[in-house]
Each structure stands twice: as structure tokens, then as C-alpha cells.
Design a protein around this ligand. Structure first.
Ligand code: PLP
Length: 413
């Protein structure tokens, strides 16, 4: 039996701030605390540092101009900026195309536009692996579309979407294209200048910078209307005093992330695969969701049949293992996640999905400890499940396929 330890496998939720990032930020809280937009000497270093960070980030994403990088407070703000800018720039166009697997930072805004402002929101279909059908997409494009917004990588499954090709197809019809790139940063190669992506959102806290800093990339050729109006910061495109320490931190985080892309691809993928293979070999009736051929190297979303994700998370937590479940239990309904639903994952499995997400700080010992604990946890939880055969040979044949559907109260916690 190994010692209890803390194993952080929830890096798609947020990441540890890299100590080198903290070190880079500290002088901008105390020594160089001036307002970067002021007209005195204490503004000189903050303004220089903001410009340097903007340059590093532009290089990191392959932007053509540094000025295409606009600092925001988070990716949620960047996503809203993209959507509201597109509809204000194209008031005569009344449709937006998206996918059903976007983050709520996109989907809730589009729900609002549909319900309260009469927009047509077209959600493309995904198959059981979460993949899009580009033929369906091509047919959906039309002259009434103000914006296409599609995430680059999915936060639950890690699936990578063909946004470069989709942006090109949108541009052929004069349609603006936005991508939520939050989960793609540091995991896929980006060279935005060689793509037709007009707008891209991302967030510092997913790549070892602090929470509370985001980026909105805006291609110079793309028309734009600001979301936050006020002061003249960010060339009038995003009002609000520049958050200098956090901007510096994000610049440093991007620099470091750029240096680790190869490591993420090889070593983190090796650890992720070790985790998956270890669990799949020891736990019956579980499977990895998402696109096996095209997903980010750090993410593994495993569906455990006939157990509840919440129960698994609590048990994992007892052993010091931090992960996430796909179900939203906020309303007491324990509904499976919208991503699992869109993929048509059977609810017996969708309720028991757990997302393990690694970072460059994840070690082999973390993975081996998790592989040791997960089978014990699942076996214990299944031993209490009325729908699990007592001989442990698989799901009960008397399993009621309507169990719990729309009736969350029946799930005893
Ligand atoms: N988009 C995706 C794909 C995400 O995973 C997240 C955060 O989990 C967000 C947007 C929101 O990011 P933020 O917390 O910076 O607003």
C-alpha cells in the first residue's frame, strides 16, 4: 500500500502557477506598480513590460502583429467579446453556427441571443467520438451567418477540432470565425497568421499563469466593436487599467509553455497513455471517450459504467487525487454533461465519466498511484450498486435503462 499523497489531475480546470511565473510577476506588485498608461516615470517599466509580454504572446500564437493581442480578464470575457463584436459588426445577419460541445462561456451567451434576441443558433452534430462532420458544416454556411464559433480543443474529452479548415471555409463565404482556444494552448501548434481565424480566446490559468488574465486575439483585418467601453487602454478595444503583473505573468507562462510543447506531446502523452492503459487493464466495463486519433495529449476522459462520477470523485479525493466529473450536479439533477449527451454516450456510462488532465508537473509516481487506487475505488462503489452483478462480471442484465433519466432524485448520494 502506497502512502497517501496529493495528485493533481485537474489541469483542464486550472493549473498551478509556475514558480518562475510568480518570480517574474512579483516586482510589478511592489517596485513597478505604476499605471502603464500614466505619463510619468513610474509608468515606463510597466508599459515596457506590457509591450514585452504582448510580443511574447504574439510570437507564441504566431500572430502577425503584436497589436493583435488584447488583454482581457479571462477567456469568458474574450468569448463574449468575440460574439458581441461579430453580431454588432453584422447587424443584418441573424444566425450563428457553433457546436454542441462548446464551453458554457459560449453556449450560455448563444442561448441568450436565441431566447431574448431572436438569433438562429445552429449547432452542428458530433458523432459518438465527438467528431464534427465537415460536410454538414459546409452545407450550414450561408449568407445570413454572422459568426462561426468552434472550440479548438474540448475541455472534457481533449478532442481537437479542424478550426483552420473551418475558418477557411467560413472566409470563402465572408463569414467571421472565432475559436475558443483555451484548452489548445500549449497542446497544439499555432500559427495564426497563416490561418483565417479572425478571433481567438484563451486564459492564463490553464497554462500556469494566474487566474484573472485572458487574451482576445483579433486579426488586424477583422472588423471589431468593443465589449468593454471606457478608458483608452488596449488602443480603445478593451477598457480597464492594464493588469500589469498578470500580463507579465502570462507573457512568461507563454514563453515557458512554448519551451515545453515537445515535452507535452511526448512525455505527457506517455503518462496519459500509461494512466489509461493501467486503468482499462484493471477495471472492467469502462472506456475512454472522445476521438482516439485526435485529442490533446494531456486529457483522458474515462467513462465507468454503473457508478456515479460524484461518488468516484469523493473517493478519489479521500486518496488525495484531484480530478473532475462530467456531470453537473448543481441542480440536484445529476445530469450528464452536455458534451457526453451530444456524443450520445449511454447515460449508464455518462454518469460515471471522470476527466483526468495532466500537466508538465505530473509525474510517473502520480500516475502509478492513481492506477493503483482507481480500480479499488470502482470495485468498492460497484459493490454498493444495485445494477452491478455481484460476481463483478459486468453490468446487471436487469438494469433499467430509464433509471435516473430526468429524475435526479432517484440517484441516492
Ligand atoms: N473555454 C473553455 C474551453 C474552458 O475550458 C474554460 C474554462 O474552463 C473557459 C472557456 C473559461 O475560461 P475562464 O475561466 O478563463 O473564463
Amino acid at each position: 500500500m502506497s502512502e497517501k499523497r496529493t495528485v493533481y489531475l485537474d489541469n483542464n480546470a486550472t493549473t498551478m502557477v509556475d514558480p518562475e511565473v510568480v518570480k517574474a510577476m512579483l516586482p510589478y506588485f511592489t517596485e513597478y506598480y505604476g499605471n502603464a498608461s500614466s505619463m510619468h516615470d513610474l509608468a515606463i517599466e510597466p508599459a515596457r513590460a506590457v509591450a514585452e509580454a504582448r510580443h511574447k504572446i504574439a510570437e507564441y500564437v504566431g500572430a502577425e502583429y503584436d497589436s493583435e493581442i488584447i488583454f482581457t480578464s479571462c477567456a469568458t470575457e474574450s468569448d463574449s467579446t468575440a460574439i458581441y463584436s461579430a453580431i454588432e459588426c453584422n447587424p443584418e445577419k441573424r444566425e450563428i453556427i457553433t457546436t454542441p460541445v462548446e464551453h458554457p462561456a459560449i453556449l450560455r451567451v448563444l442561448d441568450h441571443l436565441e431566447e431574448d434576441r431572436g438569433y438562429k443558433i445552429t449547432k452542428l452534430h458530433v458523432d459518438s467520438k465527438g467528431r464534427l462532420d465537415l460536410d454538414e458544416y459546409k452545407k450550414a454556411l450561408n449568407s445570413n451567418v454572422a459568426l462561426v464559433t468552434c472550440m479548438w480543443a474540448n475541455n472534457e474529452t481533449g478532442n481537437i477540432y479542424p478550426v483552420t479548415e473551418m475558418a477557411h471555409l467560413a472566409h470563402e463565404q465572408g463569414i467571421m470565425f472565432h475559436s475558443d482556444g483555451v484548452q489548445a494552448m500549449g497542446k497544439v501548434d499555432m500559427d495564426l497568421k497563416s490561418t483565417d481565424i479572425d478571433m481567438l480566446s484563451f486564459s492564463g490559468h490553464k497554462l500556469h499563469a494566474p487566474k484573472g488574465i485572458g487574451v482576445f486575439y483579433l486579426k488586424r483585418s477583422c472588423r471589431f466593436r468593443p465589449f468593454l467601453r471606457g478608458g483608452h487602454q488596449e488602443s480603445g478595444r478593451r477598457a480597464g487599467t492594464e493588469n500589469v503583473p498578470y500580463i507579465v505573468g502570462l507573457g512568461k507562462a507563454c514563453e515557458l509553455s512554448g519551451q515545453h510543447v515537445g515535452y507535452m506531446r511526448s512525455e505527457i502523452k506517455r503518462l496519459r497513455d500509461r494512466l489509461e492503459q493501467g486503468i482499462l487493464a484493471k477495471v472492467p466495463d469502462c472506456f475512454v471517450t472522445g476521438d482516439p486519433d485526435n485529442r490533446s495529449a494531456n486529457t483522458s476522459n474515462i467513462a465507468f459504467q454503473f457508478v456515479e462520477g460524484e461518488g468516484i470523485l469523493l473517493k478519489l479525493n479521500e486518496y488525495g487525487i484531484c480530478a473532475s466529473s462530467g456531470s453537473a450536479c448543481t441542480s440536484g439533477s445529476l445530469d450528464p454533461s452536455h458534451v457526453m449527451k451530444a456524443m450520445g454516450i449511454p447515460f449508464t456510462a455518462a454518469h460515471g465519466t471522470i476527466r483526468f488532465s495532466l500537466s508538465r508537473f505530473t509525474t510517473e509516481a502520480d500516475i502509478d498511484y492513481t492506477v493503483e487506487k482507481v480500480p479499488e475505488i470502482i470495485a468498492e462503489l460497484r459493490s454498493f450498486s444495485p445494477y452491478w452483478r455481484k460476481d463483478g462480471s459486468g453490468g446487471s442484465e436487469s438494469f433499467d435503462p430509464n433509471y435516473g433519466q430526468g429524475k435526479g432524485a432517484e440517484f441516492k448520494k
